[in-house]
Ligand binder design. Structure first.
Ligand code: GDP
Ligand code: MN
Length: 388
C-alpha cells in the first residue's frame, strides 16, 4: 500500500526523522490558513498524488507570499498532474501539502528496501539526489551504492559513517546523517515497510540534514498488524479494478496487454502470462483466483477482467486440485449471464471434476472455446484476438 508524502512525513516524524513542518490542505482556504500558521516567509505548495516526478510536472512550487500560495493552490487543486510515473492519463490532485520552505545546499538520494538477494534491509545512497534515480541508474550506475543492514546488529554507527562517507559528508553532517538513517531503519522495521525513498535528502545551507520528500510503500501482507496505517489508505489513488479485486480477496494486478487471464495459483498465472507472450500477445492482467475459490469469487474475477476495456479476449487456465473445475465453469456461466460476453473466451480445464466442468460449459450455450492444454489454449486465444 502506498501513502501520500504528507502521511509518510508524519510516520517518519514520529520516529524522530527530521522533516520540514507542514500541513495538509483539501481546499484553497485550508492551504492559505496552513501557510499563515506556518508563518513563512517561504512556503512550498506540493500536490499530493501517489506518484513521483511532481516537480517537473508543475506539482511542486516554492512561493514567497500568501497570494502566491493561494494562486498555486487554485492552480493545483483539481488539476490533472502528468508525470513520468503517472502515465499519460495523469492523476487528479485532490490534496495539497503546504510546507515551510528549505534553503537547499545540496540534494542527495537515500532509500531503503528489502533486498531479496540477501533477505536484508538495504540502504541505497547516491550523491545524485533530486533527479530521476532510474535515469542515474542508466547513465551512471557507479553513483548508486548499496549498504546491507545486518538484522542482528541493526543500525550501527559504522553503517552511518560508511553511508555518510559515500555521500561525501563529514563532521556534523555525517553525525546528523547517522541519526537520520537510524530513525529511518527503525521506522522501516517497526512499520513493515517494503520501500522507503527519500529523494531528495538535503543538506541545507545552514548545515541541517533533512528529508525533503518521502515515499513509503508498506508490505500488504503485514498491514493487518497496523490499524493506524490502514486508515491512511486513499482509495482514490488506487486502480478501481484492483480495489474491486481486493474486496473479493483476489490477487489481481492490472497490466497493459490485451488478453485477460483467470488462473488458479500464482506460479501457473506466471506461466500463463509467459506463454501468451510466447504466442505473440501480452497479458492484460495477473489474476490468481486462489485455491478453494467459491463460485461467487470466480464470477467476480471474470467480471473484473471483462470490465477492462483493454481486454480483447480471455484465457481461463485452471488446474483443478483443491479448486474444482465445475465451480470454475459455474462461475464463468454466472458471470457471462450478468455481463455481455463480447470478447472470445478460451477455457483450459484440467484436474478435479474436469468432465463436469466441460459439460457445464458445453450445455451453457456460451461461445466458449476449449483449450486442450496450456499451449493450445494460449495459441487459440491469441489467434482469436488477432482475428485469424
Ligand atoms: P517529486 O518531484 O515528486 O519527487 O517532488 P519533491 O518533493 O522531491 O520536489 C521536487 C523538487 O522540488 C526537489 O528536488 C527540490 O529541488 C524542489 N523543492 C522541494 N521542496 C523545496 C524547498 O523547500 N525549497 C527549495 N528551494 N526547493 C524545494
Ligand atoms: Mn522527490
Amino acid at each position: 500500500m502506498n501513502i501520500h508524502e504528507y502521511q509518510a512525513k508524519d510516520v517518519l516524524r514520529a520516529f524522530g526523522t527530521p522533516v520540514p513542518r507542514g500541513k495538509v490542505a483539501f481546499t484553497v482556504d485550508e492551504a492559505v490558513a496552513a501557510a499563515k500558521e506556518l508563518g513563512g516567509p517561504i512556503w512550498v505548495v506540493k500536490a499530493q498524488i501517489h506518484a513521483g516526478g511532481r516537480g517537473k510536472g508543475g506539482g511542486v512550487k516554492v512561493v514567497r507570499s500568501l497570494d502566491d500560495v493561494k494562486r498555486e493552490a487554485e492552480r493545483m487543486l483539481g488539476m490533472t498532474l502528468v508525470t513520468h510515473q503517472t502515465g499519460p492519463a495523469g492523476r487528479i490532485v485532490r490534496r495539497l501539502y503546504i510546507e515551510e520552505g528549505s534553503d537547499i545546499g545540496s540534494e542527495l538520494y537515500l532509500s531503503a528496501l528489502v533486498d531479496r538477494a540477501t533477505s536484508r534491509v538495504a540502504f541505497i545512497a547516491s550523491t545524485e539526489g533530486g533527479m530521476d534515480i532510474e535515469h542515474v541508474a542508466k547513465v551512471s550506475p557507479e553513483k548508486i551504492l548499496t549498504f546491507q543492514i545486518d538484522p542482528v546488529v541493526g543500525y550501527s554507527g559504522y553503517v552511518g559513517r560508511t553511508i555518510a562517507a559515500s555521500l561525501n559528508l563529514a563532521g556534523e553532517q555525517a553525525k546528523q546523517l547517522g541519526a537520520v538513517i537510524n530513525s529511518l531503519y527503525s521506522a522501516f522495521v517497526a512499520k513493515d515497510m517494503s520501500l522507503l525513498e527519500i529523494n531528495p535528502l538535503v543538506v541545507t545551507k545552514s548545515g541541517q540534514v533533512i528529508c525533503l520528500d518521502a515515499k513509503i510503500n508498506f508490505d500488504d501482507n503485514a498491514l493487518y498488524r497496523h490499524k493506524d496505517l490502514q486508515e491512511l489508505r486513499d482509495p482514490e489513488e488506487e486502480d478501481p479494478m484492483e480495489r474491486e479485486a481486493a474486496k473479493f480477496d483476489l490477487s489481481y494486478i492490472k497490466l497493459d496487454g490485451s488478453i485477460g487471464c483467470m488462473v488458479n495459483g500464482a506460479g501457473l498465472a506466471m506461466a500463463t502470462m509467459d506463454i501468451i507472450q510466447h504466442y505473440g500477445a501480452a497479458p492484460a492482467n495477473f489474476l490468481d483466483v486462489g485455491g478453494g475459490a467459491s463460485r461467487e469469487k470466480v464470477t467476480a474475477a471474470l467480471k473484473i477482467i471483462l470490465s477492462d476495456p483493454a481486454v480483447k479476449g480471455v484465457l481461463v487456465n485452471i488446474f483443478g486440485g483443491i479448486m474444482r473445475c465445475d465451480i470454475i465453469a459455474e462461475g464463468i456461466v454466472a458471470a457471462a449471464r450478468d455481463v455481455k460476453l463480447s470478447v472470445p473466451v478460451v477455457v483450459r480445464l484440467e484436474g478435479t471434476n474436469v468432465q463436469q466442468g466441460k459439460d457445464i460449459l458445453a450445455n451453457s450455450g456460451l461461445p466458449v472455446v476449449t483449450g486442450n492444454d496450456l499451449a493450445d489454449g494460449a495459441e487459440k486465444i491469441v489467434r482469436l484476438v488477432k482475428g485469424n
